[in-house]
Write a protein that binds this ligand. Structure first.
Ligand code: FES
Length: 117
């Protein structure tokens, strides 16, 4: 495996009048920057990778962050959440329960989208 942990952060940007919203408007770029900072601080460059991602299809409830290989999905992340995610899910292998996306999260997103159509 090339990286021990691979973090994908949606930084997709849409026009301000988009009904879907976007992760850039919620701080996607700042979130990525916070991960990069911590990776460098902990000397994990080459072992942990923080990647800019395009739309991860969770726009209305973003910003979205996914960590592999565990496949932990976080939605509604703000830059201030990054140290906790980093400590628990990047340095460790534990989820941050309060931000973790579950079946309930995806059902809520689906019903949000149904209402719009
Ligand atoms: S814009 Fe980030 S998930 Fe779609």
């Amino acid at each position: 495996m090339k990286y021990e942990k691979h973090i994908f952060i949606c930084i997709n940007e849409r026009p301000p009048d988009s009904s879907k919203g976007c992760c850039a408007s919620g701080g996607g770029k700042e979130i990525r920057y916070e991960f990069v900072k911590l990776i460098n601080e902990y000397g994990l460059k080459g072992k942990v990778r923080s990647n800019k991602a395009g739309c991860l299809d969770a726009c209305e409830i973003g910003p979205a962050v996914v960590i592999y290989p565990s496949g932990l999905w976080y939605t509604g992340v703000i830059p201030e959440d990054v140290p906790e995610i980093f400590e628990k899910s990047v340095l460790g292998d534990e989820p941050v329960e309060r931000l973790l996306s579950t079946d309930q999260t995806w059902n809520q997103l689906a019903s949000l989208r149904e209402k719009k159509n």
